[in-house]
Write a protein that binds this ligand. Structure first.
Ligand code: FES
Length: 235
């Protein structure tokens, strides 16, 4: 066992070191640099083991010399300008995309077909090609128009009056595709004086309405119009 005076000296030495140890611990847990004294250009490092103080760099030469309002104005100008440039870029991108996706001039030209009606005599059929399909154009006589109007619409498989199927009574315009399985019917044939499909025996009347046979619907009417110069525009 150590002699009593030697033990007392050891305790005294430990007590003398205690304040220094406590100070180090406090510094170690501090998370913000401690400014030294009243000099704000230096700070005490908060990290353990760094005992030297450091100087805060001088950024004053980077500071704006202008007023606060001037700086704000410059900021607004930059934000506005960049926003305008971004919007113009986005518009250009979308516009390019839409132009590329839209139909080209040759495709649009094929979408419509013009027919000179003066070249079709009364009582005659003409077949034109539109978008790869046949289109029947018949210049109907007054007797054919009367015949088409005298049909009892309620008795039809696909009830449609003749008025609903034409824009001008003398001109009947239809797709020449049988509504059964897509054959091309023959004109001026069949039991009803209209069109006859030889594939399975469908009969259409002078208004293109199905009257007999397996076809479920009347011949389809495409989009068309009459131009001022006496032409029919299909499409
Ligand atoms: S395709 Fe015309 S009747 Fe069958």
């Amino acid at each position: 066992m150590a002699p009593l005076p030697a033990l007392s000296r050891a305790v005294a030495r430990s007590a003398a070191r205690l304040p220094t140890t406590t100070t180090t611990a406090v510094r170690a847990v501090s998370s913000s640099p401690a400014l030294r004294g009243s000099d704000s250009s230096t700070y005490q490092s908060p990290f353990r083991g760094e005992s030297k103080s450091s100087r805060i760099p001088d950024f004053s030469k980077y500071m704006s010399k202008g007023s606060g309002a001037g700086n704000a104005l410059f900021g607004y100008f930059m934000v506005g300008t960049l926003g305008a440039i971004s919007a113009a870029g986005a518009k250009s991108t979308v516009q390019e995309f839409l132009v590329n996706m839209s139909a080209s001039a040759d495709v649009l030209a094929m979408a419509k077909v013009e027919v000179d009606l003066a070249s079709i005599p009364e009582g005659k059929n003409v077949i034109i090609k539109w978008r790869g399909k046949p289109v029947f154009i018949r210049h109907r006589t007054a007797a054919e128009i009367d015949e088409a109007n005298q049909v009892n619409v309620a008795s039809l498989r696909d009830p449609e009056s003749d008025e609903q199927r034409v824009k001008r009574p003398e001109w009947l315009v239809m797709l020449g595709v049988c509504t059964h399985l897509g054959c091309v019917p023959i004109g001026e044939a069949g039991d009803f004086g209209g069109w006859f499909c030889p594939c399975h025996g469908s009969h259409y009347d002078i208004s293109g309405r199905i009257r007999k046979g397996p076809a479920p619907l009347n011949l389809e009417i495409p989009a068309y119009d009459f131009s001022d110069d006496g032409k029919l525009v299909v499409g």
